[in-house]
Design a binder for this molecule. Structure first.
Ligand code: TA6
Length: 300
């Protein structure tokens, strides 16, 4: 065990980035820089905290989240890959794919302007091939600074083309979802997963009053969250992503989630930079695809 820890400690930057034991004994990288503080677990390369300097926590984390191997953390930014939601041809397969419950490894930790970039990776192995026969490598670069930059790079290391879905399933913390408004998707077509996957058109801003589960299609635009309770505007820009998922469980579904308190639906909204559904991606052997999200916040 000591050698494993030594393997991790060599990445530390004294006074800036340390590898520590987090919840449930799971290891995480804790970052403290002039631009921001934050943390990311090696379990699922799961980002769980980003606090820009002088501001409150931006990400939501459920008080009832489980912290154990084989279980996804509830909140932060789960990585969905290589499928989104249930696996179409295998109801027993884990929801949102298998990388959010996989042990990732640290590739590097490096200072980047007023922040720090933590890079992690994971690769196909016998376990992943139980569910999906492809050879792949995932690299995930998270830059904790006055803005949060997320870059997910998929490499096809096999000899045949692969088709995959991907999502950065980001849980944003809000003061009260009933007062929060989401803009940037006006006139965009979406799949309404609460209404038999019917395709509809968004008119104006999104207001959330009950379960909302929508895949917005063929949209490359930034999303804006206006939170009058926390007096905060959040901006989510993206690159190489053609879909955006918006999700809030509402009161009824919240009660059915064992790792989510009944009243927590009021304090969160998922804005998911993604390539899913009609916009799943094909990658030729040896090719790479990089999806990027950039989150910034301002007060008002
Ligand atoms: O992104 C929205 C969604 O697909 C919802 O349908 C809901 O299932 C949510 O993800 C959470 O999924 P999880 O498997 O993390 O409970």
């Amino acid at each position: 065990m000591a050698s494993a820890h030594a393997e991790l400690y060599r990445f530390e930057i004294p006074g800036t980035a340390s590898v520590v034991e987090g919840n449930g004994g799971l290891q995480k990288v804790r970052v403290t820089t002039p631009g921001a503080a934050g943390e990311i677990y090696l379990h699922g390369a799961h980002l769980t905290s980003w606090k820009p300097a002088g501001r409150e926590e931006v990400l939501f984390l459920s008080a009832l989240s489980q912290w154990e191997l084989g279980r996804a953390i509830r909140g932060g930014v789960p990585i969905c890959f290589p499928w989104f939601g249930g696996k179409a041809d295998d109801p027993k397969a884990p929801a949102h794919g298998f990388v959010r419950t996989k042990a990732w490894r640290i590739e590097s930790i490096a200072q980047a302007g007023d922040g720090v970039t933590v890079s992690m990776f994971t690769e196909s192995d016998d376990d992943t091939k139980r569910w999906w026969p492809a050879d792949f490598r995932l690299s995930y670069r998270v830059t904790f600074a006055s803005e949060l930059r997320l870059e997910l790079v998929v490499t096809n290391t096999g000899k045949t083309s692969l088709r995959f879905e991907e999502a950065l399933h980001a849980y944003h913390r809000v003061g009260n979802i009933l007062d929060t408004r989401v803009s940037g998707l006006d006139t965009v077509q979406y799949i309404d997963k609460t209404d038999s996957n019917r395709k509809k058109i968004q008119h104006g801003e999104i207001a959330i009053v009950s379960e909302t589960d929508r895949i917005y299609l063929n949209t490359i635009d930034a999303i804006k969250l206006e939170d009058p309770v926390l007096r905060r505007r959040t901006h989510v820009a993206k690159e190489n992503s053609r879909t955006t998922v918006v999700w809030n469980p509402g009161a009824q579904k919240a009660r059915s989630l064992s790792d989510f308190a009944d009243d927590e639906w009021i304090q969160m909204i998922c804005i998911e930079t993604s390539n899913v559904a009609d916009f799943a991606l094909d990658l030729a052997p040896g090719q790479q695809h990089e999806m990027k999200a950039v989150v910034s916040v301002a007060g008002f």
